[in-house]
Design a protein around this ligand. Structure first.
Ligand SMILES: Cc1cc2nc3c(=O)[nH]c(=O)nc-3n(C[C@H](O)[C@H](O)[C@H](O)COP(=O)(O)OP(=O)(O)OC[C@H]3O[C@@H](n4cnc5c(N)ncnc54)[C@H](O)[C@@H]3O)c2cc1C
Length: 413
């Protein structure tokens, strides 16, 4: 029987990053992908500076993609822009269509020495409650560590109890590609005042991310904390948002049918003897802005580093990193998601946010994920204080999961 150090299920950014870093460190790695190199993924394709720095660490050259210099936020009639600052992260972003971007990250894993197997749907091999490796095409592969990187709603993650925390918010989003006369714009644009089924502003946003070559990625996303979430129809919302920005972006026709998918934001149980979850399978999507590529790449690197340092306890040291470096920020962001789920409060907060340069800068820093909690600055400190204050209101903020579990009817996939 085949025996390896690490088996990875799923070659998205999380799985490919884990495979690349582990193989570079000398581990034997097999990377299973149920699709092929160059598969599509429903995504805004936006890489913020935080994602760019992680790509650079991996040696992935983003020059071929359309460069982005900053973020433009629109809310009602107000429009504000920020250029990426030159600080903890490089002042560079990109719009990188996922089919091409993910193929590059997969290639980085292959070039690092990982054994990449496409068209290979894998499931966990569990015996007596212990994960021993994976089974693919009926063949067992024994692994010291199995990394579950199979994305949102992963059955493998559920099989080991790494399910989404039912009482926590999650997101749904849809994106399409459409021709545009402004595809060379160097700002990502986000509109904070998209409306839901009852005409009130939803907690979420609409975006236009210019990809160059005459194309933009356009989409809308909403948080499950919104009022009337079960009535949410992302297709209708996307149509309305497209109509809203059609003239300003010189939009033409959609290139393919828009696709929706989930954004998981909280998984508590992220590892056990012989296994861990990374990326979306670990619920690592930022509730403030729906960004997950950077966290996928980072979590892949963390587990590889933990394994290379001490294989037997990698699953535990990985969880310790998650708890220390990620959980406080994500907990604050989730509380915020609850807060803005109330339409009147959201309207009020948007009014405040847009009223002064200081609060607007705060919104832009948070939306662009420029907050570096190691060197927090004003935005980081505001988040920490805000998180503490909001934590006092937990019983008031969090609505019953049962009430929210009714899912909207938009088909995802
Ligand atoms: C509409 C939308 C817009 C978004 N926009 C952005 C954005 O602009 N910027 C950003 O940073 N994030 C964005 N995100 C989030 C981002 O797409 C995810 O966070 C990111 O893809 C997570 O990477 P991952 O590797 O964990 O999972 P995925 O990218 O989902 O990769 C999982 C991989 O596992 C494979 N797989 C699944 N099951 C198996 C199996 N059994 N065996 C083998 N392989 C398997 C899949 O084929 C896939 O290749 C968006 C998400 C959505 C839905």
């Amino acid at each position: 029987m085949e025996q390896v150090d690490i088996a990875v299920i799923g070659a998205g950014p999380a799985g490919s990053s884990a495979a690349a870093w582990a193989a570079r460190g000398g581990a034997s790695v097999v990377l299973f992908e149920k699709a092929t190199q160059g598969r599509e993924k429903s995504c805004g394709d936006g890489l913020t500076p935080r994602a760019v720095i992680e790509c650079r660490r991996l040696g992935i050259d983003l020059d071929r993609f359309h460069r982005i210099d900053g973020l433009r936020v629109q809310a009602g009639s107000k429009v504000r822009e920020v250029l990426w600052p030159d600080g903890a992260f490089p002042p560079v972003g990109a719009v990188a269509p996922r089919a091409e971007f993910d193929a590059m990250v997969m290639q980085a894993a292959i070039d690092s020495g990982a054994d990449f197997r496409e068209n290979s749907p894998a499931e966990l091999w569990i015996e007596d409650g212990r994960v021993l490796g994976v089974i693919c095409h009926g063949e067992k592969v024994r692994a010291h560590l199995t990394v579950i990187a199979s994305g949102a709603g992963s059955p493998a993650a559920r099989a080991v109890g790494a399910a989404r925390v039912a009482s926590s918010p999650f997101g749904l989003a849809i994106r399409g590609y459409i021709s545009s006369t402004r595809s060379d714009d160097r700002h990502m644009e986000a509109c904070l005042t998209v409306k839901g089924p009852d005409g009130s502003i939803v907690p979420g946003y609409g975006w236009v991310f210019p990809a160059g070559n005459g194309i933009v990625n356009i989409g809308v996303g909403a948080l499950s904390t919104m009022k009337n979430f079960s009535d949410l129809n992302l297709n209708t919302m996307l149509d309305a948002y497209t109509a809203q920005v059609r003239d300003s972006w010189g939009l033409g026709e959609f290139i393919a049918r828009p696709k929706a998918w989930r954004l998981p934001m909280h998984v508590e149980h992220r590892g056990g003897p012989g296994w861990v979850v990374v990326g979306d399978a670990a619920g690592l999507v930022n509730p403030f802005n729906g960004e997950g590529i950077d966290y996928a790449l980072e979590s892949g690197r963390h587990i590889a580093e933990c394994f290379l340092a001490e294989p037997g306890t990698a699953w535990a040291s990985y969880q310790a990193i998650m708890r220390k470096e990620y959980d406080p920020f994500f907990a604050t962001a989730r509380r915020f998601a609850w807060l803005i789920g109330r339409p009147k409060l959201l309207q009020f907060l948007l009014g405040i946010a847009l009223s002064t340069k200081f609060t607007m800068k705060l919104v832009l820093d948070i939306m662009a994920n420029l907050v570096d909690m190691e060197h927090p600055g004003l935005a980081g400190r505001s988040l920490t204080i805000g998180g503490k204050v909001l934590s006092l209101a937990d019983p008031l903020l969090v609505r019953s999961p049962k009430k929210r579990e009714k899912r909207p009817t938009t088909p995802v996939g």
